[in-house]
Design a protein around this ligand. Structure first.
Ligand code: FUB
Length: 349
């Protein structure tokens, strides 16, 4: 539900109908990336704060400065805030806006991947390392070479390869990289350089990572998202085209690429046969939540799948003060995921 509709919302009623409640309420959290490490659930969210920035379509009001890791012993256990994991003051290259992070584990070390704007006002993706899944993490002195835009998600495939998925439109700057170089013209316009409605939509990127997980092992490749006829989705198809919040999970040998459609507020998914795609648009995982953004991860806990997501119900609709939540999802026998209705407990295909 976009911000302009919130005056009509009865939040007490909405909470009663909500399929889930915030996992933590003492701080605002968003963009939850969930993983199982050593049998426990770890969630890597953004830590939302009100820094006094006005709402704009560049996302300036998302002025986050640090990360906290949330952990749960099981899906029904209390969610624990493990305190400060990384602060922007300890990231030499980053100036502002610590947006949606992800993490992964290799050989007993934990890697936090995060986007932030550098001193040149360009979003890059950084990595920070810890011996513990909850941090504290130590940031590498420079962002990952060849990285750009926002919302990294790092997927480990069954053969032990790691892939980074990333990209985000408008404030996430993906549209500024269409030529391979950053286009700094019209800095205040979130939509300059977005393709016309009848042109192919901008695509997110994927790159295999090096063995030490500190670099991209190849030039990022565009991820094709196609319709049922194999045609790339168009920019005007705002209910289906990629906007931000890339995630990948694997189920029954198929690769599920899921993402937010941004200004139409859906979490959608597309299915492919390998980590690079192409992915065929298949449907929605989540209908719009309260707040402008929608951002999620999909994680298997024991033998059930869960959608970790966020909404702005706790802050009564303030778009940049969000709360992470979790709800079970189901894959049908033909591989489709039932669509969750966040405020009524009915789901459908
Ligand atoms: O949290 C800041 C930004 O909002 C994220 O990077 C986007 O995905 C959106 O959720």
């Amino acid at each position: 539900m976009p911000e302009d509709n919130i005056n009509h919302i009865d939040f007490d009623e909405l909470d009663k109908k909500a399929i889930s409640q915030p996992l933590v309420t003492h701080i605002y959290t968003a963009d939850p990336s969930a993983h199982i490490f050593n049998g426990k659930i770890y969630i890597y969210p953004s830590h939302d704060v009100d820094a006094g920035e006005a709402f704009d379509d560049l996302g300036s009001h998302f002025a986050m400065e640090d990360y906290h890791v949330i952990s749960m012993d099981s899906i029904d256990s209390p969610a624990i805030d493990n305190g400060l994991a990384l602060h922007i003051d300890d990231v030499p290259w980053a100036k502002q806006q610590m947006w949606a992070p992800d993490a992964n584990e290799k050989d007993g070390k934990f890697y936090l991947f995060f986007p932030a704007k550098g001193y040149d006002d360009i979003f890059r993706i950084g990595v920070a390392i810890s011996d513990s899944p909850t941090g504290p993490f130590k940031a590498e002195p420079k962002p990952i070479k060849g990285s750009f835009s926002i919302d990294p998600a790092v997927f480990k495939d069954d053969d032990g390869s790691y892939y980074m998925y990333f990209g985000g439109l408008w404030g996430g700057q993906l549209q500024r990289w269409r030529t391979g170089e950053f286009n700094a013209n019209q800095p205040d316009s979130p939509t300059a350089f977005i393709p016309e409605d009848n042109e192919v939509a901008l695509l997110p990127y994927v790159a295999k990572m090096t063995d030490d997980l500190l670099e991209l092992d190849e030039k990022p490749k565009e991820i094709k998202i196609v319709d049922e006829n194999g045609d790339l989705l168009l920019a005007g198809d705002i209910d289906r085209r990629f906007f931000e919040a890339a995630w990948l999970h694997k189920h029954n040998g198929k690769y599920y690429f899921s993402y937010s459609t941004g200004d139409s507020h859906f979490i959608c998914y597309a299915i492919g046969d390998n980590p690079y795609g192409p992915f065929t648009y298949t449907g929605r995982i989540l209908e719009p939540v309260v707040g402008w953004t929608s951002h999620h991860s999909v994680c298997k806990v024991e033998d059930k799948w869960y959608l970790f997501y966020h909404d702005s119900s706790l802050s009564k609709g303030v778009t940049h003060l969000r709360s992470i939540k979790v709800a079970e999802i189901t894959h049908s026998e033909d591989g489709r995921i039932k669509t969750l209705q966040p405020y009524n407990k009915i789901s459908s295909f």
